[in-house]
Write a protein that binds this ligand. Structure first.
Ligand code: MV4
Length: 451
């Protein structure tokens, strides 16, 4: 097992990784920007290294500084967390070239899944259903027209290097197709330095459902069921739940098996998420994430499995601690992402925390790096806490979530707690009756003057 892990991240996920390491007897190294000198992840770690100035590009994305920090402290592995360098194949490669273990999949698997065209082709080959669309790249209008005529409008043009919703164009009729292909390609070139685009049937009212998998170096692969991440605003998830209100156990186990078999055939190792759009009883693969995700705790709450611990174990060559038959799903879990933002306009609200009182009690988990007196810097993501609640049933979970949100006190900055309190009282949400567009429609129709 590793002796010392460098955590190449900040905030709550850096704490989450530190905690897994501590419980495994592994020492930790925090890295931080100048702005994060007083951050909680720095205080908790056994050692810390300042890797650069405030801007992420100069610190948390600074590969030479991070490698040097690992060398100086003698770390034998690096955990990238989520965001930042977590899905940078070149970073994974450089880490390994320096004789340091990368806690994640191989650079090659990151690269294949990072290109949405090759990701789709790869999973389709092993039996995972994908969204109908172009076989690979669309080079010109002629290519696009041929595919669109086959699958019918509406279609969506996407960037091969995209993901997370950037560089997409929805096309409702043939007369708009040519400009959409050109716009998508131009935007992709500007955003990602790669103008490659592809085309898919646009699914109008799907849910976003993703499956968690774990795979070791010995050919063992398990799935840990799904998370429903449909509630999002501008491609930022707001609240996630597991299991999805839209699935039953039979669909879960059937789809999970297809996915686990495909992941085994692909030879992927580590923790991964297979993202689907789900519409009218059918799954359509869109992307695979090759990292631990923000919303991983809801899966931990319903399975009792420590995903970060398993990630560290498999990176060190150890087998998974469970097989598929050992995985039992218990009850329901919901995560609310709490951001330092105005709850209804979403204007960022950095600043100093005066009072911090997180909720507690049975089946309530708060993943956060906040403390009273801490100043939230304006340079990074605005997510400051995740409230994760479990219950025996979805209704028990909702009742407990109401209670926990009421208890939560964060004074000094605006937070999205009031949005969550309102959202979980909406009849459509209570009924589990929502799709990927529901939250944006809901927010558009709120009367901001009468809240
Ligand atoms: C789609 C889609 C509908 N049809 N693909 C958005 C982020 C990226 N991960 C993929 N995304 C989507 N891909 C097909 N074929 C709908 C989305 C999507 C979305 C699109 C427009 C506005 C909001 C959205 C929210 C989630 C997903």
């Amino acid at each position: 097992m590793f002796e010392k892990v460098l955590i190449a991240n900040r905030g709550e996920i850096a704490l989450r990784i530190h905690r897994a390491c501590r419980e495994m007897g592994i020492k930790t190294v925090a890295v931080h920007s100048v702005a994060d000198a007083n951050a909680m992840h720095v205080k908790l770690a056994d050692e810390s290294v300042c890797i650069g100035p405030n801007a992420s590009a100069d610190s948390y994305l600074n590969i030479p500084a991070i490698i040097t920090a690992a060398q100086i402290t003698g770390a034998d592995a690096i955990h990238p967390g989520y965001g930042f360098l977590s899905e940078n194949a070149r970073f994974a490669e450089i880490v390994e070239e320096h004789g340091i273990a990368f806690i994640g999949p191989t650079a090659e698997h990151i690269r294949v899944m990072g290109d949405k065209i090759s990701a789709k082709a790869t999973v389709e080959k092993y039996g995972i259903p994908v969204v109908p669309g172009s076989k690979g790249e669309i080079r010109n209008y002629k290519d696009a027209k041929k595919v669109a005529d086959e699958i019918g409008f509406p279609v969506i043009v996407k960037a091969a290097s995209g993901g997370g919703g950037r560089g997409m164009q929805i096309v409702r009729s043939a007369d708009r197709l040519e400009e959409a292909v050109n716009t998508a390609s131009r935007e992709a070139e500007v955003s990602f330095g790669d103008g490659t685009v592809y085309l898919e049937k646009f699914l109008t009212l799907p849910r976003h459902i993703e499956f968690q998998i774990l795979a070791d170096k010995h050919g063992n692969v398990v799935h840990l069921g799904e998370r429903d991440c449909s509630l999002q605003r501008r491609h930022q998830k707001v609240l996630e739940e597991a299991p999805s209100p839209a699935l039953n156990s039979e669909m879960r186990m059937k789809t999970g098996k297809v996915i686990a078999d495909a992941i085994k055939a692909i030879g992927f190792v580590g923790a991964g998420t297979i993202e689907f759009l789900y519409e009218e009883g059918e799954f359509y693969f869109i992307e695979m994430n090759t990292r631990i995700q923000v919303e991983h705790p809801i899966t931990e709450m319903i399975t009792g499995i420590d995903l970060v611990r398993e990630q560290i174990r498999v990176a060190a060559g150890q087998p998974l601690t469970m097989s598929q038959e050992d995985i039992k799903f218990h009850g329901h879990a919901i995560e609310c992402r709490i951001n330092a933002e105005d709850p209804f306009t979403f204007m960022p609200s950095p600043g100093k925390i005066k009072t911090y009182h997180p909720p507690g009690g049975l089946d309530v988990r708060v993943d956060s790096a906040l403390y009273a007196g801490y100043s939230i810097p304006p340079y990074y993501d605005s997510m400051i806490a995740k409230l994760i609640v479990h219950g025996k049933s979805r209704n028990d979970c909702l009742m407990r979530l109401r209670r926990a949100l009421e208890e939560f006190v964060i004074d000094g900055v605006k937070t999205t707690i009031p949005l969550h309190e309102k959202l979980i009282r909406e009849p459509d949400f209570i009924d589990g009756n929502y799709d990927i567009h529901w939250l944006e429609h809901y927010l558009d129709n709120l009367d901001l003057d009468n809240l």
